[in-house]
Design a binder for this molecule. Sequence first.
Ligand SMILES: Nc1ncnc2c1ncn2[C@@H]1O[C@H](COP(=O)(O)OP(=O)(O)OP(=O)(O)O)[C@@H](O)[C@H]1O
Ligand SMILES: [Mg+2]
Length: 246
Amino acid sequence: MKNVFVKTSNYIRFQEGLAAVEGRGAQESSLLLVTGEAGYGKSETVDQWAVQVGASYLRAKTDWTPRYFLTELAENLKVDPSGRSKDVFARVSGYIGRNQTPIVIDEVDHCLRDNARVLEAARDLSDLTEVVIVLVGMEKVQAKISKHLQISSRIAHVVTFCPATIDDVVMTCSQKCEVKVARDLAMEIHRQSKGRMREIMNAIALVEREAQLNGLEEISLKNVVNRQLTLDWQSTGQRTLVNGGR
Ligand SMILES: Nc1ncnc2c1ncn2[C@@H]1O[C@H](COP(=O)(O)OP(=O)(O)OP(=O)(O)O)[C@@H](O)[C@H]1O
Ligand SMILES: [Mg+2]
C-alpha cells in the first residue's frame, strides 16, 4: 500500500470548515468541531493538516485533567512543563500567542468529564491567544458539547465526516493500491465498507495481496468473488460477495 494521503470529499469539507473559521467575525469563536462515525478518516485528515501547518496534535486520554492536558501540550510544544499550573499556562499561552500555533484535540469525547473542565482550559487558551483549536470526536459529541454554552458558543463551524463516496473509493484505490483496481471492484469495496476508510484500507490490503499472489497487474471483481473484503466485526453474512458481484 502506498503511503499517501487521499484528498477525499471529507478532506474538502474539512478545508471549507477551516476557511470558515479563519474568516470568522468574532475572534474568540475559534473552535472547529469535527465529528463523524468511527473509521471515516477524521484523525488522518486532521493529523495531515496539523503536520502541514505545524499545529500541536494531542489525543485526549480518559484520565485527562486540565493539568495533565496542559503538561502534554507544553511537552508537545517543547515548552517547560514544570512548576505550578498557573506558570505552565502562562508559558504555553505565551508560546502559542507568539507563534499562533493551532491546536488539535482528538478523541475530545474524553474531555467532557467533570463539567468539561479540560475543554474549559482549552477555551481559556483560545480566548487568550485567538488560535484555531480543532476538536475531533464521535458523532454524538456535538450534542454533548452543546450543553456547555461557554464552549459551544465559540464553535465557529462543525464539519461532519460522511461515508466515502464511490468517487472517493475509486480515487483511494488508484492512489493507495500498488495494483490497478477495476471500477467494478472499487464499487464492491464501497458497498462492503459502507464508506468507512478503515475498512477501505483493509480491503485494499487484501486485494493487493490477492493480486500479488496471482501475479495480476490489474484486479477486478471476478478475481475476488465470494470473498469478504472487510474485517468489520459487526458485519453479517449479507456483506460477503455474492457470485457475480452487486
Ligand atoms: N484521506 C485518507 N488518505 C489515506 N488514508 C486515510 C485517509 N482517511 C483515512 N485513512 C486511513 O483510514 C484509517 C481510518 O482513519 P482514521 O483513523 O483517521 O478514522 P477516524 O475517523 O479517526 O476513526 P475513529 O473514530 O475510530 O478514531 C486509518 O488507517 C487511516 O490512515
Ligand atoms: Mg480517530
